[in-house]
Ligand binder design. Structure first.
Ligand SMILES: Cc1cc2nc3c(=O)[nH]c(=O)nc-3n(C[C@H](O)[C@H](O)[C@H](O)COP(=O)(O)O)c2cc1C
Length: 184
């Protein structure tokens, strides 16, 4: 029991520009394209980090995602395989198709992840291509926490190993915690 002054929490306020739900009601959309499952596996690790904070992770691939997933999310963590140094066309198409939601996405949190084949094959430029779209959506973009790498997001070659999985967890946790802070 808390001593001292009783602090009543006012009901969360919601505006068109953000989703101020907290706890399990707060949704983080983890959106990905994956043809051979490497990116899907990294997405699943990120979801674990989101859920560890008490928020709800909505894991959707580019074929499943809908406008309401964007609307309901307090944050979006989007990932792609490296295709010629940028995101796959399937993920870009989602950003293209959702353009009408830009105003509603403003001030929501955005972050990126990627998997590639070669260690210098373009994972960072791929994450930057995703973050560029998010910036133009007016989102507040973040990289991975310093406890992971403190750079542009989480990335790995092929499927995530133990280290990439741990970094994915930290990215999910960071985004969910930041969304909770913004909801205060
Ligand atoms: C069309 C195409 C282009 C690719 N371009 C690159 C590339 O530029 N650099 C790289 O490191 N890997 C490249 N790859 C490999 C994929 O990024 C890599 O295998 C990735 O982990 C696949 O993710 P997924 O299993 O989620 O589909 C390419 C693969 C395809 C099919």
């Amino acid at each position: 029991m808390r001593s001292g002054v009783f602090m009543e929490r006012l009901p969360a306020k919601r505006t068109a520009n953000n989703n101020y739900k907290t706890g399990a009601e707060m949704q983080i959309l983890i959106l990905y394209y994956s043809k051979t499952n490497n990116t899907r596996k990294l997405a699943a690790e990120i979801a674990k980090g989101v859920e560890a904070t008490g928020a709800t992770a909505i894991l959707k691939d580019t074929a499943e995602v809908c406008r309401d997933d964007f609307r309901a999310a307090a944050g979006v963590i989007a990932g792609s395989p490296v295709y010629f140094g940028v995101m796959a066309a399937q993920l870009k198409k989602v950003f293209d198709d959702m353009v009408g939601l830009r105003r509603e996405m403003e001030n929501k949190v955005g972050a990126a992840f990627a998997t590639g084949n070669h260690h210098s094959g373009g994972k960072e430029t791929t994450m930057l291509s995703i973050l560029q779209c998010m910036m133009i959506y007016g989102m507040i973009i973040v990289g991975d926490p310093i406890a992971a790498s403190g750079h542009y997001g989480v990335a790995c070659c092929k499927e995530p190993d133990e280290s990439a999985s741990a970094d994915g967890f930290k990215l999910g946790e960071r985004v969910a915690k930041l969304c909770a802070k913004l909801a205060e």
